[in-house]
Ligand binder design. Sequence first.
Ligand code: NAG
Length: 437
Amino acid sequence: MMGAMGSFDVLPDSIACLILSKLESAQMVAQCAMVCHRWKTLARLVDTLTFESFKLLEKKLDKNRNASCLETIVTQMLLKTHGIRILKISYHPVVWPWIPNDYFSEDRVCQWLQHVNTTLERLTLVDPNRARPQPKKLLHLTDCKKLQWLNLCYGFIPVLPASPGRFEQLVTLHLDLILIYDSALQTLVELAPILEDLKLNSCKGLRTPHFTALKLTSLEFANDMDVATTPITMVTVNAPSLVSVSLSHVEELVMNGFTLQNLALLWHVRPNIRELPVLESLHISGESWALDCVTHLIRLGTNLRSLRIDAFFERKYPIQLQSLLRHLQELVSIHIGADFFECLQTAGGAGAAFMRMHAMVLPRLENIMVVISCGNNNCISVLVSLLKCAPALRILRIDAENLRKSMDNVMFFSNLLGLQRDYPQVKVSLACPQTLL
Ligand SMILES: *[C@@H]1O[C@H](CO)[C@@H](O)[C@H](O)[C@H]1NC(C)=O
C-alpha cells in the first residue's frame, strides 16, 4: 500500500487528478483528500463526482437519513471543486411510504448547478421531489452551456418558464418517473436543437405528446405499468432522422417512418405510419394486439432482416404464410410466437393451395424460431412451407413446451424426424416437456 502511494506521489498533478476523477465516488475522493495537502488540492480539481445516497448514508439510522444529509455532503464537497464535467447526485429514499418533503431544496440544487455551469457536460440528478414543479432548476440547467447528457429522475417538469435559454449542446435526454405534460415535453424538445436520444421511462402526465426533433435518432417510451397506470393515447413524432423507436403502453404511433431501421413495440400499438422502406428489425410483443396492425407493419417492412412476433392477439384468424412473408426477400431471422403460429396453422390447407400457385423463396433466411402449442398436420405443413422456401436455412428451433399429450400430437415427433431426414443441412432443435418424450 505504501509503495502504491509512493508511486502516486511522483505522478504529475494532471495525471494524479485524472486518477482521482476515475474514483468517481464522492466518499473515496473525500478520503483521499484527507491524506495530505497535495491530495486535498488535487481533489478540488477532479472532473467527475458521484454522490450516491446508498453509499454515503448507509451507516445512518433511517430516521436521520434524509435528503438534507446528502445535501450537506454535496454542498461541502461540490462547491470546493473547479471544473466538474460529470456529476451524479442521487438520493433514493429507502423509507416507504416516502417521507413528504424529503427532497433537495430547489435553491440548493440551483446553487450546485450554478457552480458547475461553465464545465458541466453530463448530469444525473435523482431528486425525489414529487410535490411541486421546480422551474428555476430547469433555468439553471439551460445555463450549463456544455451540457450534453441529462438524466433526471423523479420530479415534476412544469410548463417551462417564458423565454428560457436553450440546451444548445444537449444530445441525450433521459427522464425517469417524471411528471411532465405534453406541452412541457414539446417545449423541452424544441429547446434542444441537436437532441439525438430521447428516453422517457415511466413518466406520468403525457396524453398525446407530439413534437418535432430534426436530429433525433432514437426514441423510447418505456413503461413500468405498476407506476404509470394510464397508457399514452397517441405519440406523434416529426423526426426526419429517426432510426430507432421503442414504445410500450402507447396506443397509437403517428410518424412517417422513412428513415426508421428498428421498431420495437410492447403492448398493442395502432401504427399510423406511411412507409417503412428501410426497416430492418421489427419486434412486436405483449398483450392486446390487433392482428391487422401486425400484418400491416409486416407488409410495410419490405426490407426486414429480423422479424419477431411475440404478441398475443385479441382476436385470432387464419393468415397465409406465403401471402404474409413472400415480399421479405432480405429476411435473415424470424421468430414466430405461439399466437401468431396458431394463426398460420389454422390457415394450413388454404396456405398449401396458395403455395402451389405462388412459390415463395426467402433466399437469406437462416434462423427460424417457432413456438407451437398443437402439433397437428397443419403445424407440420407450416414447418414444411418454411423449410421449403429457405435454401439458406441453418437453424430451426421449435419451442413446444406447451404441447400436451393428445391424439393431435401423436404423429408430431415422427413427422419432425421425417423433416430432419429431408433437410439434413438444417439443425433442428426441439424443446418440449419431458413427459412427451
Ligand atoms: C454561471 O454562474 C455564475 C455564478 O456562479 C453566473 O454569474 C453566470 O451568469 C452563470 N453563467 C451562465 C451562462 O448563466
